[in-house]
Design a protein around this ligand. Structure first.
Ligand SMILES: [Zn+2]
Length: 158
């Protein structure tokens, strides 16, 4: 199977993000949808965008190999070493449900440990922000998985 490289993935993910942001801005400006009015503001939209970009560049399902996203972690790449060893490439990590779950779970454990080490009480992190950040990351991973699928279908249709 032919898969898009990291550059192509980044470009696709950013294109989709621009479309999502355009949609969200439209909802915000339109100002009629009660859910949009309640939850869409500069903070949630910025957090969503940052999480999505972070997911795109650092939390790709290709963390299961010596990939560009894996190398972007630099000295911290050891964090993903167990993930890479446990999941064979394009298996588990590219499953539409298990992939994002396993990546986010791995990250959540690391972040929770870091916050505890620094002395942050996890209960003080507002739930709304945790949900928005997780949504941004999950979406970036799903876009990656769908692009892998579509590009490989386009290149080898049979
Ligand atoms: Zn991939």
């Amino acid at each position: 199977m032919t898969m898009p490289d990291a550059k192509t993935h980044d470009a696709i993910n950013i294109g989709i993000m621009i479309a999502i942001l355009a949609g969200l801005s439209y909802l915000m400006i339109w100002d009629k949808n009660p859910i949009a009015v309640r939850y869409l503001n500069i903070y949630t939209i910025s957090l969503f965008s940052i999480s999505y970009l972070f997911g795109t560049f650092f939390l790709s399902p290709d963390l299961d190999i010596e990939s560009t996203p894996y190398k972007r972690w630099g000295l911290l790449r050891f964090i993903w070493w167990p993930y890479k060893v446990i999941f064979k490439h394009r298996g588990f990590s590219h499953n539409p449900i298990l992939g994002p779950l396993s990546i986010v779970a791995n990250l959540a454990v690391i972040v929770a440990l870091l916050l505890l080490l620094v002395g942050v009480d996890l209960h003080t992190v507002p739930l709304r922000f945790a949900i928005v950040a997780t949504a941004g990351i999950l979406l970036s991973i799903e876009v990656h998985i769908v692009s892998d699928f579509l590009v490989s279908k386009m290149r080898d249709p049979f």
